[in-house]
Design a protein around this ligand. Sequence first.
Ligand code: ADP
Ligand SMILES: O=C(O)C[C@@H](O)[C@H](O)C(=O)COP(=O)(O)O
Length: 356
Amino acid sequence: MAFRRCGCMRDGLTTVVEQNMENSGRAAECRFDLLGIGNAIVDVLAPVEADFPQRNGMVPGSMALIDGQRAQTLYNQIRREKEMGGGSAANTCVVASNMGARVAYLGKVADDAPGQAFGADLQAAGVYFPSVPLQGDEGDHNPTARCIILVTPDGQRTMNTYLGACVTFSPEDVLADVVQASKVIYMEGYLFDPPAAQEAFRTAARIAHEAGRKVALSLSDRFCVDRHRAAFHDLVRGHVDILFANEDEICALYQTDDFDEAARRVAAETHFAVLTRSERGSVIIQDQKRIVIESVRTQVIDTTGAGDAYAAGFLAGWTSDRTLAECGRLGSVAASEVISHYGARPLINMRQDMDF
Ligand SMILES: Nc1ncnc2c1ncn2[C@@H]1O[C@H](COP(=O)(O)OP(=O)(O)O)[C@@H](O)[C@H]1O
Ligand SMILES: O=C(O)C[C@@H](O)[C@H](O)C(=O)COP(=O)(O)O
């Protein structure tokens, strides 16, 4: 089955696309399959030597929050390979759109050159991006966020994020009509770092559920889970319909080193969780039933965005009524594409060029 394509992404929201959702019981009459909400970030990718992260006080494979000065120091220190739109949920949106889903995104940039580039990347990918950039003094004090991503020869990425304009994202930035028009909203756990965005997160979840839409959450990073464990527990137990997490993150949530124990505990607390395990693939858990999905082997150049792309493939499949096994396979296929080159966004048109 081919994914549906929306040819009117930038029309006014009064146009509601009629959907034929015969067997899903999910939302009918949605303009968007997927709405991503997250920290709007420009990624700066750079190859570094294997020991660079440790030598510079970083934990390999993690995301650390840094201030503007540290961002500038690192920026001057590295050999920049690529600068491009990033942000975890935004990456998911771009990949899902590339796979044929109809996608919108909400996030905060400043009205500066990186912010304009971030918006242009989304627009080029067919993602509807109605968020208003920060203007004037506020924008001058909070420039568009940057993530300095250091990639070691084994393809591992270590991220250093300066949040900039993202710290101003608040409930007012949650556009209710866009939320209501989306089958599923997908929010990144990183949104729990900027304080006002936590409230925005809850606002978006409430609006979505009131409109009969689904809410998906990615736990994002194990240290992010450590920072916000109680809030994530609360969300997982009561407010999230689909949970995405990698092995480290789900283990961090339940404070265990044992993946099987973490998987058992999440199965007891939630109806639907999707757990990724890097080259070991993923496990989909729905109502205690487990489906194991293999990864797709590829030459790994840069693992930035593997989890984001997996979620994209999965949700593109889920919102077009694929079976769970097919959703998982689409996740693995999407992830294998983005880890085979620098950057978290696809270099090909996956819908056209790959076997779905
Ligand atoms: N080395 C790899 N080889 C093949 N696929 C991979 C590899 N690393 C990640 N993937 C794919 O990406 C998905 C997400 O990767 P994972 O590392 O678990 O998430 P994250 O990027 O969030 O840390 C995996 O389920 C798998 O499909
Ligand atoms: O959101 C961030 O702080 C980093 C993003 O800009 C980055 O593109 C990212 O999240 C990569 O995704 P991941 O490797 O799947 O975590």
